[in-house]
Design a protein around this ligand. Structure first.
Ligand SMILES: NC(=O)c1ccc[n+]([C@@H]2O[C@H](COP(=O)([O-])OP(=O)(O)OC[C@H]3O[C@@H](n4cnc5c(N)ncnc54)[C@H](OP(=O)(O)O)[C@@H]3O)[C@@H](O)[C@H]2O)c1
Length: 314
């Protein structure tokens, strides 16, 4: 397994991160039980994955706990707390943040997490996070329950990365999670220069999601982008927008190309892959560790999608 230094955490972690949320939630979103989910985690560890991301909102922390039992020292473990309450969406207090952390530690079967994120923070909630929740995260860090502080954006609603630049300027966070994919590569200009300047670790989400794993979803998204003028309809085959990837002998599928695109982006460190399917996991590990896409493919992708910042790929 290829490894990368995760920014100023200095930790060497696998370039592949197992994402335990998204549309799959280790298969639990489609009815798989926690035993299956834990077996996906164990298989990932067996294959050398050392970065695992989960969150209370995903309902997978217990399964992750089962999967890493007896192997905690092999894992750089990432979980989160939502800055909003489940019911009324009101901002949570410092005490509620700590309650959330304690619940995560219990479900994960550990006494500390390696990175603890504020989960899916929209711009409008960032000030509360910085003023009320970050000081509490630092107290928990001093108590040894959190090694590093992190923040994740709400990419579905913040496709142009409005929140992260301010958070990075404040310099509270050692690690961030950012949406980046070949249809919306806008983090290249808006986020990675800032993380590189401050040596902040980067986790890439939305590499594939639905848009790049479902041809119908891709066609629909590209039709909308053409209609909005973000993609030049003269440059793209709207009935098969990424069909040209198949002309390259070395590219097996759109999903493979999508993970390779992220993995080799300067500034991108861990590429998350979310799946409940062990065959997909194995294929995705190979894709993320494959060489960069050919230069002509990268140029064509940038000609097509280089100006897009309005879709997440959800
Ligand atoms: N704001 C946030 O903090 C936030 C938001 C979203 C995600 N995340 C994190 O980022 C992680 C990654 O996001 P994601 O889970 O959406 O991951 P992703 O890797 O971009 O996309 C996963 C989707 O693609 C499918 N897929 C994966 N491999 C495939 C393959 N080889 N062939 C066909 N389909 C394939 C999966 O279905 P199968 O199960 O069928 O493989 C799943 O529906 C999440 O798991 C979560 O940890 C964080």
């Amino acid at each position: 397994m290829q490894t990368v230094r995760l920014g100023r955490t200095n930790a060497p972690v696998s370039v592949v991160g197992l994402g335990c949320g998204g549309h799959s939630r280790l298969g639990m979103a489609r009815g798989a039980d926690a035993h299956h989910a834990a077996s996906v985690v164990r298989r990932a560890l067996d294959l050398g994955v050392s970065f695992i991301d989960t969150a209370p909102a995903y309902g997978t922390e217990e399964a992750v706990g089962k999967g890493i039992a007896g192997r905690r020292d092999q894992v750089f473990l990432s979980t989160k707390a939502s800055p909003r309450r489940g019911g009324d969406r009101a901002p949570i207090s410092a005490a509620e943040l700590t309650e959330s952390l304690e619940g995560s530690l219990r479900r994960l079967g550990t006494d500390h997490v390696d990175v603890f994120h504020l989960h899916g923070v929209p711009s409008g909630q960032y000030d509360h996070c910085a003023q009320v929740l970050v000081p509490e995260m630092k107290r928990q860090q001093a108590a040894g329950k959190i090694r590093f502080l992190g923040i994740t954006e709400q990419f579905i609603g913040d496709t142009s990365h409005a929140m992260l630049p301010g958070a990075l300027a404040d310099d509270h966070f050692d690690v961030i999670m950012v949406g980046f994919n070949l249809v919306n590569p806008s983090a290249r200009q808006r986020v990675f220069p800032l993380t590189r300047a401050r040596d902040v670790g980067t986790l890439i989400m939305f590499a594939v999601r639905r848009q790049l794993s479902d041809p119908a979803a891709l066609r629909e998204a590209v039709a909308d982008l053409i209609a909005r003028g973000e993609v030049d309809g003269g440059q793209v085959d709207a009935s098969d927008p990424l069909g040209f990837l198949r002309d390259h002998a070395g590219i097996g599928s759109v999903v493979e190309a999508a993970y390779r695109f992220c993995r080799h982006e300067p500034g991108a460190q861990v590429t998350l892959t979310g799946t409940g399917d062990v065959a997909h996991l194995e294929a995705n590990l190979a894709a993320i560790q494959a060489p960069a896409l050919p230069a002509d493919v990268l140029e064509r992708l940038m000609r097509l999608f280089g100006k897009v910042d309005s879709v997440s790929g959800n």
